[in-house]
Structure formats: C-alpha cells, structure tokens
Design a protein around this ligand. Structure first.
Ligand code: ADP
Ligand code: MG
Length: 246
C-alpha cells in the first residue's frame, strides 16, 4: 500500500513530542520545557540553538533517556521509549545513544585507549570482557584511528589538548556503534580553529557513516554547519530553518 509505505518512510528515527519539564526551585516549579518537539530522520544532522539556560541540555538529556519528561513522549522508530522500566531504559540508552559534552568527561585515571574501551567493558561481565578483550581493543583502536588519535593511545586526558580530549570523547561515544550521537555544546570549550576541526569530524561521521546527530549549541556559526537548525526558545522549538548541507 502506498499509504503505509509513505508512513514508514516518514517515521523519524527519533522524536520528542510535546516535552514538558520543570525543575523545583524551593517551593516553586520552574518550567524549562513547555511542549518542545523535535524529530530527526535517520542520517540527519540537526542543530538546536538557544541561549544559555533555555533548556538545550535538558531536552538532549530527555531525548537520550538520561532524564525523564514530566509530560510528552520520546519515540524511537515510532515506539515509545521514555516510559520503559529502568533496566530496559539503561540497556536501550547504552545501545542506541552516544553522548558528547562540552567538558569531555573522560576518566582522568584511564589512558585514552582505556577511556575509549570503557563503554564496551561496561557492557560485558568480567568474564565476557576477558573473552572478548581482543575484539574490544580492536574496536577501540579502530575508532581512535578514525578520530585521528592513534598517536595518543597511552596518554592520560590531562596530557591531551582540548581538541584531542573531545576527539577522544567522540571515539568513546561511538565505539559501541550507537545509532544517534547527542552532542551538548561539543565545541563550547574550544578555540575557533580547534572547534572547526571537531565540526569537520562530526560532519564526516554523519556523511560517511550516516550517523544521526543532534547537537545543541548557543553559537550560530556552529549551528549553521548542520543540515537543519531549530531554535529552542521559551521552552518550545520555534521556527525551523532549512539549510543546505555544509
Ligand atoms: P541550557 O543547556 O540551554 O543552558 P539547561 O537545560 O541546562 O539549559 O537548563 C535550563 C534551566 O533549567 C536553567 O535555568 C537551569 O538552571 C535549570 N536546571 C537545569 N538542570 C537543573 C536541575 N537538575 N535542577 C534544577 N534546575 C535545573
Ligand atoms: Mg547546556
């Protein structure tokens, strides 16, 4: 049937529908999201722009199951995922999403290679890790090479530059082959040139591996490098600006 075909093609990979969320501030409930909606097709690179405090991180955390909405739904391939039991939710989060953050959040005691291996180590029991250690190491080496850090494997995060730390964080986010990368101000702590290198890497991953990316930023010129930019304002996604792929 043509109709169901159309429906199927149109189903976004991920969507957040009418998301509301408020935080308690003393006796007050402060609304942050008030019916925000956003969806991404597979392979899209979307940027969400908004001022500091507009709820960008909150929206990203809700979409990636790091936080729950007060109202609204998150759908993956058309199936609701925000209301799953905690174990199923954790499992899904670890398989579907990769996250990167402004301040990298690498573990300081581990080498770069160990940081990149960590998500795969966490996924296995100790025995499972031991059995699969070669493949795990191989996967980490491969993705570390893809982000251009093969020469830094044994370095601790404190021995890396900001750009190298973010490349390492990207490798860690992608080592378990997530479908969706959620990026929270990934260039926010980097100088313009280093930030441009990170944006080139994200664009390459999106183009070559069809990685779906949702990136939040307060920087217009960074946002403009996605396929499509939406604006978060007053708790809602406002206008939709279509742009040519950079
Ligand atoms: P952005 O990422 O756009 O800067 P956030 O989503 O981090 O915005 O925060 C939006 C608003 O919600 C801010 O006013 C912030 O102080 C508040 N907020 C965020 N997280 C919490 C929290 N865990 N508890 C209370 N207030 C929070
Ligand atoms: Mg934020």
């Amino acid at each position: 049937m043509i109709e169901s075909e159309t429906l199927k093609v149109g189903t976004p990979l991920i969507s957040a529908d009418a998301i509301s969320k408020a935080y308690d501030k003393g006796q007050l409930k402060v609304p942050v999201l008030r019916g925000a909606g956003l969806s991404a097709q597979r392979g899209e690179f979307i940027s969400v722009i908004g001022q500091s405090g507009s709820g960008k991180s909150t929206l990203l955390h809700v979409m990636g199951l790091l936080d729950s909405p007060d109202a609204g739904e998150v759908l993956l391939d058309g199936n609701r995922i925000d209301n799953l039991a905690p174990a199923a939710r954790d499992q899904l989060r670890n398989h579907v999403f990769g996250f990167i953050f402004q301040f990298y959040h690498l573990l300081p005691e581990l080498s770069l290679l160990e940081n990149v291996m960590a998500p795969l180590m966490i996924r296995h029991s100790l025995l499972g890790f031991w059995k699969n250690r070669r493949e795990i190491r191989e996967a980490a080496l491969q993705i570390t090479e893809q982000v251009g850090l093969s020469h830094r494997l044994r370095h601790r995060p404190s021995e890396l530059s900001g750009g190298e730390m973010q490349r390492g964080a990207i490798a860690r986010a992608l080592v378990a082959r997530p479908e969706i990368l959620l990026a929270d101000e990934p260039t926010g702590n980097l100088d313009a040139e280093t930030g441009a290198g990170i944006m080139e890497l994200l664009q390459r991953l999106n183009r070559d591996q069809k990685l779906t990316i949702i990136m939040v930023t307060h920087d217009e010129s960074i946002a403009a490098q996605a396929h499509r930019t939406v604006r978060l304002k007053e708790g809602r996604i406002q206008g939709v600006a279509w742009e040519d792929a950079a």
